[in-house]
Each structure stands twice: as C-alpha cells, then as structure tokens.
Design a protein around this ligand. Structure first.
Ligand code: ADP
Ligand code: MG
Length: 246
C-alpha cells in the first residue's frame, strides 16, 4: 500500500488519499489524457466554460480514474460539472447496457435530496450530452411508468432521482440497480442525514455491480456524516476546497 499523500495546490484545493491523480488545469488536456469526446469539449465551450473551477481540477481526474471520492466545496463552485463530465466520459457510447439480461439498464445514477435539484442536474446533463444519443432520465411518476417497459429501461444511460422516487420504484419492482457503475450522491450532507439514511442504505444495497464507483459531493460534510460516507466509499480520495466545516 502506498503511503497517504497530501497535495496542496497553489489554489485552495486540498486533496488526500492514496495515489492521488494529477489535477487538470484545462479542459483541452482531458482530450489527450482521457480521450474526452470532442462533442463534450464542444458542449463545455458552448456553455462558456473556459477553465475548470478549483473543485473540477481535482475531482474530474479522480473520477475519470474510477476512484471513489468525497468532495467538499462551497455552493456555486461547480460541483455539478465536476461529476457530470467524468460520468459522461466514462459512459462511453450511449446505450451499451451490459452483457447479461440482469445487467440491463442505467449505468450511472445521481441521487439528489430534492426534485428541484434533480431537475437542475438534468438540465445541465442535457446540455452536456448534446449531440450524443445518451438517454438521461429524471425519475418521477411518469418516467417511472414508462420504465415498466423493459425495452425502454434498457435504453437509459443516466438516471437522476430523489431517494424517495428511487426507493418507490425499487419497491414496485419497476427497476433494478444491478448495472449501476457510477453512483453520485449530490448534497450528500442532506442525503446522509437521519431523514434519508434508510433510503440511501436501500439504494446502496440495491447497487450490486461489484466494481461500482461511488462519490459524494457536498458544500459541508460534518465529521459524523463523513464517517457514514466512509462506510461505503472504497479507498476514497478526499478533495476539499476552501475551509472544511466540521
Ligand atoms: P455547486 O453545485 O458547487 O453549488 P454548480 O454546479 O451549481 O455549483 O455551478 C455553479 C455555477 O457555476 C453554475 O452556473 C455553472 O454553470 C457554473 N460553472 C460550472 N463550472 C464552470 C466553469 N468551469 N467555468 C465557469 N462556470 C462554471
Ligand atoms: Mg450542487
């Protein structure tokens, strides 16, 4: 095992963990280093994003190298793109739903504490996915009903949901999470609180893909909440931007 390493960049990013991936300081470098699809590059440019934000410099390579991650960065620091970009990059071609029948369906899952946030994430995801045929779905009553159809279920690449919608869909047997390879908990401080914890535990238990990558993103992560996250993160890299609240 390699020793723990702490990297403090010139910016306000602190990063700890084993074998921390080198940060990226431009979106262009992602093309050479990780084979970022040209459409993704173009869509980032169209959004007017010139350079990665602090949290993105470190989180994007960490996720692209399939490491687990706990990211703590203030509101407005660009956490959404910090996970969406790597997730789309890792998804590769749309609709590659996996070999077995059991493993058919969404390969990436984003859980958000509120419906509003889920819809904002969906918006960002659609802009980023433009020009490629990825199927991005926000789970609600209507989309849940549509997913009762097996063929429709197979086409989903990325699923965005609140814990409640997802747990109801799981309980009803509408979908399974056997093929989820990337799980993101956004605003994890809220998701890992009392109110949601049971649902998050059910979701984690349903994610049966052995090599699943997990990441939590939050503006704050009190020590007790981070301890919960560390029960399901494997060899996580921890990225902190600004001051840690705990
Ligand atoms: P957070 O989730 O950390 O609160 P968001 O992901 O909502 O932050 O992003 C905050 C704002 O920053 C959004 O308007 C988003 O479009 C913008 N943004 C994200 N990444 C970049 C970037 N690399 N360059 C410029 N603006 C960005
Ligand atoms: Mg956010």
């Amino acid at each position: 095992l390699e020793p723990e390493r702490t990297i403090t960049s010139a910016r306000r990013v602190r990063c700890t963990g084993e074998s921390v991936p080198t940060p990226i300081h431009s979106f262009v470098s992602l093309q050479d280093r990780y084979g970022l699809a040209p459409e993704l590059r173009k869509n980032i440019a169209e959004k007017g994003y010139l350079t990665p934000t602090d949290v993105q410099t470190q989180c994007i390579p960490v996720l692209l190298e399939k490491r687990d991650l706990a990211a703590i960065a203030p509101t407005g620091s660009g956490k959404t793109l910090a996970y969406l970009l790597p997730v789309f990059c890792l998804l590769g071609a749309p609709g590659r739903s996996g070999a077995s029948e059991k493993q058919a369906g969404a390969r990436a899952l984003i859980v958000s504490p509120t419906r509003e946030l889920a819809m904002q994430i969906h918006n960002e995801a659609l802009k980023l996915a433009k020009g490629r045929k990825w199927k991005v779905v926000v789970l609600n009553k209507a989309t849940g009903n549509a997913l009762r159809d097996k063929a429709a279920r197979k086409k989903v690449d990325l699923l965005i949901t609140t814990p409640l919608s997802l747990v109801s869909a799981l309980d009803e047997g509408i979908l399974n999470l056997d093929n989820i390879r990337h799980l993101i908990l956004d605003e994890a401080d809220r998701l890992l609180e009392e109110g949601f914890l049971k649902q998050i535990e059910a979701i984690l238990a349903a994610c049966s893909y052995p090599e699943i990558q997990k990441a939590v993103f939050s503006a704050t992560l009190p020590a007790a909440v981070e301890a919960i996250a560390n029960t399901f993160l494997r060899r996580p890299i921890r990225v902190i931007v600004g001051v840690k609240d705990s």
